[in-house]
Write a protein that binds this ligand. Structure first.
Ligand SMILES: *[C@@H]1O[C@H](CO)[C@@H](O)[C@H](O)[C@H]1NC(C)=O
Ligand SMILES: *[C@@H]1O[C@H](CO)[C@@H](O)[C@H](O)[C@H]1NC(C)=O
Ligand SMILES: *[C@@H]1O[C@H](CO)[C@@H](O)[C@H](O)[C@H]1NC(C)=O
Ligand SMILES: *[C@@H]1O[C@H](CO)[C@@H](O)[C@H](O)[C@H]1NC(C)=O
Length: 409
């Protein structure tokens, strides 16, 4: 009898402990302190998650309404609304593993052996087209977006992103036109930067929810990868974006001038406008940043292309550019590559005086470079670092009295 009771007590204790363990686990899951890592966990979700149809601030709300989010995800009878969007939302970033090895075909080729190491590196991995996403924001493009601002950035330049968010990258709605902003990133190019900066980036993304990150090294030659990744991303997630501004993180941009410029532009016009170079020649001087060996490109001129510092295109054209890009091999200079894609589509980029991405005036010390009246009448001007950008932004938006309006629009 005593033994029986004893057994019963043990049985009870075991049951209770088991219950306790379960409760603690559940509670812990709910309160995990690193919920801001959600951004990363999202990328691991299988395709066609209902998440894609959620509103833009879902990354914000995930930590605070953790339980709710979990429940919503449970596959209990999909609500009607969800069903109606599934057809569109089945598209998602479909690259989940990096499985790309060096192209051995070059090992026996003589001209390859004579190339500079960075070009060898480029050629060995040129066929690796797409990489997995580390941070995604499918919701950024849900609904109508009038102007999508996308900025090429690298992990260490958080101060530039911050300045842009406070100035020309502010998300807002102007007369019913929604403006959205995204930063495009790869991974840290230096090993020692990787761990710490990645955590900071995850946190930054948790706060602002405006980072797209792919799992490739952010290097100069990989900028073209960033271009094709963005175009693919846009093709998947953005069905209702009218115009796209794409540019660098060290430029001055005037969104109000851009809106004014776009006012009389219609859809389906194949708009591609910027600081366009016609008949530019590939640079053959080895010490130049843009040097290209003739083994890589043997023609004497490039197709017309817009400087990557900042240009505008319409959403429909961007989607066609994505398809065109997949017919071409990657080229190490991103803006030239886009010029090649435009050539495939037989679309000519249009030059505009309001884009000053190759410098304003030759003389670097010229007063023009600091003249707010000049900036006020431009769409894009390179090259301003964060403190200069913040200062210029304030000046341009103060009660300026300009002796004469520089009329370029
Ligand atoms: C990855 O590459 C290896 C060897 O190149 C191959 O055997 C494997 O099937 C590939 N896996 C995927 C998922 O493509
Ligand atoms: C290497 O060459 C073979 C035969 O020409 C080709 O089928 C293959 O796609 C090449 N590999 C790469 C990675 O380009
Ligand atoms: C581009 O990124 C890939 C993936 O991280 C890397 O393997 C490759 O070396 C990079 N290419 C260059 C030219 O830096
Ligand atoms: C700018 O001008 C407006 C009216 O012309 C005035 O109300 C405003 O206070 C001025 N702002 C500054 C910062 O001087």
């Amino acid at each position: 009898m005593a033994i029986f009771r004893w057994k019963k007590t043990i049985y009870k204790t075991v049951c209770l402990s088991f219950l306790l363990v379960i409760t603690v686990t559940v509670l812990q899951r709910g309160m995990a302190p690193n919920q801001f890592m959600q951004g990363q966990q999202q990328k691991e979700l299988p395709p066609s998650e209902p998440l894609k149809s959620e509103k833009r601030d879902n990354t914000f709300s995930i930590s605070s309404t953790f339980w709710k989010t979990k429940k919503e995800k449970a596959p209990v009878k999909a609500p009607v609304k969800e069903e109606s969007v599934t057809a569109k939302q089945t598209k998602s970033w479909d690259v989940t593993t990096t499985n790309c090895s060096a192209n051995q075909n070059f090992s026996k080729v003589d001209w390859f052996k004579g190339l500079e190491p960075n070009f060898q590196q480029f050629l060995l991995y040129r066929h690796c087209r797409y990489f997995p996403m580390l941070i995604n924001h499918p919701e950024k493009c849900s609904g109508d977006v009038y102007l999508l601002i996308v900025v090429k950035s690298i992990i260490t330049q958080h101060d530039r992103r911050e300045a842009i968010r406070r100035t020309w990258g502010q998300e807002k709605e102007v007369e019913g036109k929604r403006i959205r902003t995204l930063f495009l990133l790869g991974t840290a190019s230096k090993e020692e930067e990787r761990a710490n900066y990645q955590k900071l980036l995850d946190y930054e993304n948790h706060i602002y929810g405006d980072i797209l990150q792919w799992d490739f090294l952010d290097s100069f030659f990989n900028l073209t990868l960033k271009e094709v990744h963005f175009l693919k991303w846009l093709d998947i997630y953005c069905d209702n974006v009218q115009f796209i501004f794409k540019g660098d993180d060290d430029v001055f941009v005037s969104p109000s001038n851009i809106l004014e410029f776009l006012e009389d532009k219609k859809e389906g016009e194949d708009l591609f406008v910027g600081d366009v170079l016609y008949k530019a020649r590939p640079i053959r001087k080895k010490e130049n940043k843009y040097y290209i060996p003739s083994a890589l490109y043997n023609k004497n001129i490039y197709p017309p292309y817009a400087g990557g510092g900042g240009f505008i295109m319409d959403g429909a054209l961007a989607k066609r550019l994505h398809k065109a890009s997949e017919t071409l091999e990657l080229y190490p200079i991103d803006d030239v590559f886009l010029g090649m894609c435009l050539e495939v589509l037989k679309v000519s980029p249009v030059g505009h005086e309001g884009f000053k991405t190759f410098g304003i005036v030759k003389n670097k010390n010229s007063k023009m470079n600091k003249e707010p009246c000049f900036y006020r009448s431009m769409l894009v001007v390179h090259k301003l670092l964060p403190p200069e950008l913040l200062q210029m932004w304030d000046l341009v938006h103060s009660n300026l009295t300009c002796s004469r309006k520089l009329n370029v629009l």
